[in-house]
Design a protein around this ligand. Structure first.
Ligand SMILES: Nc1ncnc2c1ncn2[C@@H]1O[C@H](COP(=O)(O)OP(=O)(O)O)[C@@H](O)[C@H]1O
Ligand SMILES: Cc1ncsc1CCOP(=O)(O)O
Ligand SMILES: [Mg+2]
Length: 263
């Protein structure tokens, strides 16, 4: 698996996938910079007048409901349907799932369109799997390990790959589960770190057809880059900056050496 992840990483650098994001106002800059540092190419586009054409030219689509509103939701549904029609992968980041009925209703519509990959924190994945939990905005109040069974159920129900992020990241494809034990607790103190994870999952999905492998590779890269960056940082501000530099300079050798992956 480590070799396949490393190969995926090399392919991404070589192909520089174009990734469309319909994402939230908070993280547009963070995620675009992370994709560029990694070697992918970001484009943020949500106008209904261009969304169908845009999906036509990108390698993957990321839909993130962080700052959703009625217009944006229509764009998201159009884009997701178009990606399905064209057989292109699309990633759902269900930011703040469970926080309000509007978010849940929107997530229901997006799930009906069957995302290729769902990446969320534990509270979000528990909410999507209809586990009756309390949620509190965009930050998780559960450990990722608590949401693994929910992720398995969700993966089977929707027929997609599910990633639960947190101290450990779990990637689930039906009964297959992989865990990654990289990263650093300070990563949760930078807004948009999860959104960045989802954007990177989009980038890998744009170059690797096996989406279980693509998602695992994406989370391994962010986890390893995050922990290297954290070692150089005094706090979340410098972590954000060091993360770009680390993504930019990361080699497959360093990735292989640091990655802690388990089946
Ligand atoms: N306690 C932690 N230890 C190590 N890595 C973490 C920790 N918390 C979050 N991360 C990492 O931060 C990234 C974002 O995950 P998370 O914080 O769960 O997403 P979100 O921002 O959507 O809540 C992932 O790469 C995850 O592995
Ligand atoms: C704070 C906030 N509010 C709406 S979207 C958003 C960003 C959430 O980003 P992440 O889930 O990656 O921490
Ligand atoms: Mg999030």
């Amino acid at each position: 698996m480590k070799e396949s992840i490393s190969h995926c990483f090399e392919t991404l650098k070589e192909k520089s996938p174009l990734v469309q994001s319909i994402t939230n106002f908070v993280v547009m800059n963070n995620t675009a910079n992370a994709l560029l540092s990694l070697g992918a190419s970001p484009i943020m586009a949500h106008a209904k007048s261009e969304v169908l054409d845009m999906v036509g030219i990108v390698n993957a689509l990321v839909i993130n409901i962080g700052t959703l509103d009625e217009y944006w939701v229509e764009s998201m549904l159009l884009a997701a349907q178009r990606a399905n029609d064209l057989g292109k992968p699309w990633v759902l980041d269900p930011v703040g799932a469970g926080a309000t009925p509007y978010r849940n209703e929107t997530i229901g519509k997006l799930l009906a369109l069957k995302p290729s990959v769902i990446r969320g924190n534990a509270s979000e994945i528990l909410s999507l799997a209809q586990v009756n939990i309390k949620s509190r905005g965009v930050d998780s109040i559960h450990d990722s390990g608590e949401a693994v069974q929910a992720a398995i159920n969700l993966s089977k129900e929707v027929g997609c790959i599910v990633c639960v992020s947190g101290a450990k990241d779990f990637i689930v494809g039906g009964e297959r589960v992989v865990s990654l034990d990289n990263g650093h607790p300070m990563m949760a103190k930078v807004t948009g770190m999860g959104c960045t994870a989802s954007a990177i999952v989009g980038a890998f999905s744009g170059v690797e057809k096996d989406l279980f492998l693509a998602t695992t590779a994406a989370m391994a890269v962010l986890g390893v880059a995050g922990e290297i960056a954290a070692e150089k940082s005094d706090g979340p501000g410098t972590l954000q900056l060091h993360l770009y530099d680390t993504l930019y300079n990361l080699t497959s050798g360093e990735l292989m050496k640091r990655m802690k992956v388990e089946f």
